[in-house]
Design a protein around this ligand. Structure first.
Ligand code: ME8
Length: 525
């Protein structure tokens, strides 16, 4: 049986168009899924929208819509964007769907029966116009962080989940499962900032609004945010429902991708909910950092928002995905600047990758009428070194990618691109042709095309069209030369005819013009 790979993204708040930061999580998850598909694994990806809560209810009201009308429109917008970005999710769950709501109610009842949930009083700083509670630390100068008005100390009846009960078990789990949290420093943050100082019980219901899943036995309460949102990962697979075949097949998740702002909920509450349900925990939760702008967070009021579809329309899907994944380090926030975007396009994609392909294709045409010579069984020292370099880089790529250090893994591919470009200068095929060194010239062409084939396969998870285009241009038609396993060979290219057309995959952009273009988009957004 095939190895399975189940991956999830967070479910998104439908509060408006998604910017490149929001799209990043999904692009990242999609690329990881595609990598596993390429490796022949039975892969399944889940995404969706998180549709309950007071803010959504108010937003719908302000637009003169029912909350359901509003969230359905937003879910459609999300689906359309994922389609445009060629995201290959297998399911899209909306938390207002019956398949979700019913099971959340069952889970709530189970937790009540187990005495994991108890009734108490929620006390906090309440902003009456915003109808929202805040903790003391959330207040700004003692006032509401949203509207700046006075807040009042208030209480309301609420249900709580007994988190404390599971704290020691969670710490033990962290300790025994070093792969559970990536990158590792996030684990220390959780332990030092939240668990060691004393885990607080989590308020899981509200009575101040009703756009939520009702507690069956106490319907003035709606189930509040995290117990509703997090359980989507189970309900989408049919957990506790009549048909739970997907759940049986795919749970536990192999990877759950989340942004840093929701790390605490996924690294503390989520595993505790799963423990309380007596379910296995996901193998890894990957916490990524944020895409920031020069002047901080992306926001409409700052006029610095970039939407993915604008970049895709002008620069193509692959360049957009490449930038997002390449520019975001694992351990810290990444910066989006129009200059960096255009430079990556011009240097990495055009100068390095596109030129390598063009030069190679042109030379195979010039020296061999487009027909690639076969592998010479006795490569010379320079060729051998290139082969070894490629093998090492592929290994390094896999190691980093499997550890979800995606930008570092992509750098490994570009090292191979640079090294292969350098190989052209080292072997100087034009010189070999002049001196009539046919065997060396043949070997040089073979090694170039073979490295390009490998590069095309390595980029396929995040630059699918470019990968296909490159393989087509270098005349790779046989399926067995496009598989992940075929990265292990070096000597199997035969009867290969490269294209005789000049079709650059990326063309140099005018930096000043394009930087201005992106800046004007940001201002108008
Ligand atoms: O958090 N850079 O939804 P959401 C990178 N509904 N990632 C960013 C980002 C940025 N600038 N801005 C946002 C929610 N994100 C909840 C999730 S899951 C059970 C419930 C990421 O729409 C953010 O970190 O506010 C999160 O992972 C995702 O976008 C969705 O955020």
């Amino acid at each position: 049986m095939n190895k399975k790979f189940f991956i999830t993204t967070p479910i998104y708040y439908p509060s408006g168009k998604f910017h490149i930061g929001t799209a990043y999580t999904t692009v990242l998850a999609d690329s990881i899924k595609r990598y596993h598909v390429l490796k022949g694994e039975d892969s399944y990806m889940l995404t969706g929208t998180d549709e309950h809560g007071q803010k959504i209810q108010e937003k719908a009201q302000s637009l003169g819509k029912t909350p359901k009308e509003y969230v359905d429109e937003m879910a459609k917008m999300a689906k359309d964007l994922w389609e445009q970005m060629e995201i290959q999710h297998d399911d899209f769950i909306q938390t207002t769907e019956e398949r979700h709501e019913k099971i959340v109610q069952k889970i709530f009842d189970k937790f009540m029966e187990q005495k994991d949930i108890y009734k108490g009083e929620y006390e906090g700083w309440y902003c009456i116009p915003c109808e929202t509670y805040f903790t003391k630390t959330q207040l700004v100068d003692g006032k509401c962080p949203d509207c700046g008005r006075e807040v009042k100390r208030m209480k309301e009846e609420a249900y709580f989940f007994n988190m404390k009960k599971y704290a020691d078990r969670l710490l033990k789990y962290y300790d025994e499962h070093p792969d559970f949290i990536k990158p590792e420093y996030r684990k220390n943050e959780m332990i030092n900032n939240f668990i060691k100082p004393g885990l607080e019980d989590l308020c899981v219901t509200r009575t101040s609004f009703d756009w939520g899943i009702k507690v069956l036995k106490d319907p003035k309460h709606v189930i509040y945010v995290w117990l509703d949102a997090l359980t989507n990962y189970l309900t989408a697979l049919g957990y506790m429902s009549q048909d739970d075949s997907l759940f049986k097949k795919y749970w536990p998740a192999d990877l759950q991708v989340v942004g840093k702002d929701i790390a605490r909920f996924h690294l503390i509450y989520w595993p505790i909910f799963l423990m309380a349900l007596d379910l296995p925990l996901p193998k890894t939760i990957l916490v990524h950092n944020w895409i920031m702008m020069k002047d901080g967070k992306m926001s409409k009021s700052k006029g610095n928002v970039v939407y993915p579809e604008d970049l895709v329309d002008r620069y193509g899907l692959d360049a957009t995905k490449y930038f997002l994944l390449r520019e975001m380090p694992v351990n810290q926030d990444g910066l989006f600047t129009p200059e960096a975007f255009i430079e990556r396009y011009n240097f990495d994609l055009c100068n390095d990758l596109s030129n390598l392909l063009n030069r190679t294709v042109a030379m195979v045409n010039k020296y061999f009428e487009g027909k690639l010579p076969k592998y010479n069984g006795t490569p010379n020292a320079v060729d051998k070194e290139l082969e070894e370099y490629a093998n090492t880089k592929i290994k390094d790529f896999e190691e980093k990618w499997n550890d979800y250090q995606i930008s570092v893994a992509i750098q490994e591919i570009w090292d191979l691109v640079s090294r292969t470009n350098k190989y052209i200068d080292e072997t100087s095929p034009w010189q070999l042709a002049k001196e009539n060194k046919k065997e060396e010239l043949e070997s040089s062409m073979y090694h170039l095309v073979e490295n390009i084939r490998k590069i095309a396969i390595l980029i396929a998870p995040f630059m699918n069209d470019t990968s296909k285009n490159i393989l087509k241009q270098i005349g790779i038609e046989k399926e067995n030369l496009k598989t992940w396993d075929s990265l292990n060979y070096y000597d199997k290219l035969e009867d290969i005819k490269v294209t005789d057309k000049k079709e650059p995959i990326f063309m140099r952009l005018n930096k000043e013009e394009e930087v201005e273009y992106i800046k004007s988009l940001m201002k108008s957004n």
